[in-house]
Design a protein around this ligand. Structure first.
Ligand code: CMC
Length: 429
């Protein structure tokens, strides 16, 4: 097989472009020299056929429904590992030894508190502010606090930054929730594991004892593992693009949180539950399926479809199994949301429109049902995604800044505006 591609422009001029091949996945044509050789660009809005970087962190085979973190299947990790071990794996490339795990886990526990001044940021928000607005602002605000971790050429700075981000994001998310319900912020407790600590910060109040439910902590651990990374998704690409300018690392993380918020990305989990509420009952499913298929109607089946998965989303399969387990422990499907979601999935998967377009339930379709059963309010669903995805953003950011060949991300465009013209004086227009 040839190790280059030949591109011929309309005038018949040809240029040889190298082939790039990763360890897994399809080959790519390296177009970096295209402009210099031909004076032309490539055009790919939405990046449907464009690789923005090389990365050794996560691999997705969208046709087979495979998701690998550093070579390990995410669904296997969800069964056998835990979130902190997965964080170590994503950051370092290998599973930790027992000593490495203990050191890492203890370091995450010890970095959970946020600077006391950051607490005051919350009171600047209106009580009904969306927690994602608070999350991105406060993480961006961390840029002004942690000056000892911004030299990305220093491995020690990079390590402290990574640990700080992973350790503090649950504290900030829980504080955003507490502020929105008018309750005192709960400080982290370093004798608890990552997920138990988060649940306590979310739900404990000073007036009562709080006992963490291990079923809830386990469910969160699985969800965080399955959300931990997803290669060059929109928020991770945003982190890379922002970070490529050399901006403060916390500012790059804040940009990722903002990108995650949209309903086409991490905001879909919140949108799924709102959609299930809107559909209301199994009797109305056909009507909403018809709306989703109607091109003149903006309604889409939220939690369905994916840019990369064209078979099934392996994360959705694991989450659906966990849904049953969590609902069993929490008194069943009392409001019928799981039944409604399962029936909707069943009907959509038999519908020609969804079959032909290869639209399957994605990670966000069932996660909200678990969050809801655990008492997590709908507007906190996307912050939950952000907690899990923080390690992915950090791993990609660090991979990028450690690459000596890193360049600022700067796409080109096809200009469709006015041709050059002369300025006319306001009185003559
Ligand atoms: N409901 C109805 N039609 C859909 C849906 C849907 N959920 N998703 C895609 N389509 C149709 C779309 O209208 C298009 O039809 P046509 O070819 O006739 O124009 C075709 O399927 C391809 O869709 P697309 O929008 O071009 O595909 P994309 O790769 O650009 O977008 C997506 C992927 C996830 C944004 C989209 O499927 C979608 O909006 N899904 C609903 C939102 C959602 O669940 N997002 C979470 C994604 S997974 C978690 C994450 O990444 O954060």
């Amino acid at each position: 097989m040839s190790d280059s591609y030949t591109v011929t422009d309309p005038s018949g001029n040809s240029v040889e472009l190298p082939k790039v091949q990763g360890t897994l996945g399809p080959p790519a044509v390296d177009v970096r020299k295209l402009y210099a050789s031909t004076g032309g660009f490539t055009f790919d809005p939405g990046f449907t056929s464009t690789c923005s970087c090389e990365s050794g962190i996560t691999y997705i085979d969208g046709n087979e429904g495979v998701l690998l973190y550093r070579g390990y299947r995410a669904d296997e990790l969800a069964k056998k590992s835990n979130f902190i071990e997965v964080c170590y794996l994503l950051l370092n490339g290998e599973l930790p030894t027992k000593a490495e795990y203990d050191e890492f886990e203890s370091a995450i526990r010890m970095h959970t508190m946020i600077n006391e001044s950051l607490k005051r940021f919350f009171t600047g928000f209106h009580y009904d502010a969306h927690p994602m607005a608070m999350l991105s602002s406060i993480v961006g605000g961390m840029s002004a606090f942690y000056h000892d971790t911004t030299n990305t050429s220093d491995p020690e700075h990079r390590t402290i930054f990574a640990r700080r981000m992973i350790a503090k994001i649950p504290t900030i998310a829980a504080a955003a929730y507490k502020y929105s319900v008018g309750q005192p912020l709960v400080y982290p407790s370093n004798d608890l594991d990552y997920c138990s600590n988060f649940l306590r910060m979310m739900f404990a109040v000073p007036a009562e004892e709080y006992a963490v439910d291990p079923v809830a902590a386990e469910a969160l651990d699985v969800l965080f593992i399955l959300h931990a990374d997803h290669e060059q998704n929109a928020s991770t690409s945003t982190v890379r693009l922002a970070g490529s300018t050399g901006c403060n690392p916390y500012a790059a993380m804040a940009s990722g949180i903002s990108a995650l918020w949209g309903p086409a990305h991490g905001g879909a989990n919140e949108a799924v539950l709102n959609m299930l509420n809107q559909i209301g009952s199994v009797d109305n499913i056909d009507q909403y399926i018809a709306k989703a298929k109607d091109k003149s109607d903006p309604f889409r089946l939220m939690g369905f479809g994916h840019r990369v998965y064209k078979n099934f989303d392996p994360r959705a399969t694991v989450i659906r199994e966990h849904c049953h387990k969590v609902l069993k422990a929490y008194g069943g499907d009392s409001d019928g949301k799981l039944e409604l979601a399962m029936r909707l999935e069943e009907i959509a998967l038999k519908d020609e429109y969804f079959v032909e377009k290869k639209l399957y339930p994605n990670v966000d379709f069932y996660s909200g049902i678990i969050y809801k059963a655990l008492g997590i309010p709908t507007n906190m669903f996307t912050p939950m995604f952000a907690i899990g995805r923080t390690v992915g953003w950090v791993a990609h950011y660090l991979e990028m800044v450690s690459d000596p060949g890193m360049r600022i991300g700067r796409p080109r465009q096809i200009y469709t505006g006015a041709d050059e013209r002369a300025y006319t004086d306001i009185g003559s227009r």
